[in-house]
Design a protein around this ligand. Sequence first.
Ligand code: S3P
Length: 183
Amino acid sequence: MVYPIYLIGYMGAGKTTVGRILADRLGWHFVDLDEAFHEIHGLSPADYIRTYGVEAFRRKEKYVLEDLAELPIEKVVYATGGGYPCWEDNMECLKELGTSFYLRWQPHYLAQRLALTDLSERPLLHGKNAEEILDVIMPQLEARAPFYEQADYILDAPVGDNLDGSEDEQLAQQLYELIHEHN
Ligand code: S3P
């Protein structure tokens, strides 16, 4: 398996939480690309989009990821921003740079998870309940799925009849085993 590891998926898929657990377990570095963006550009992705628009954000986001990839450190788990893989040739870049994993969830679970988070940094979803969130995210998720599904590996979130809060931990464990198996 080629390093680094890139976790991709829609907002609420657990890229940051799963990535942190995984990196910790592997003894690797963890980088959240939204946080790296904030540090480099002085604005969170949401504020940057509000101020300069989504096109400008995507261009900068692309360079943040590609610049970090030039660091001579391979043992890194990156959590990418949810829209990153769906812009220009970004998915091809990811596949050249390392190994990508799509954390795939059924949309209604993403909506439930997002409804439990602080939505102030997500202007389109702010103030909405899980049902309303689902209406907003369904069409976008459908449009993004063909990009996400180009990942080297697809991991389906291990959900029973309902969310029970152990899903991120289980996803991290699945990833850990997969990475071990291929090395
Ligand atoms: C975005 C997702 C965000 C962030 C930005 C845009 C998107 O990242 O990059 O607000 O278009 O889905 P997370 O997926 O980490 O929330």
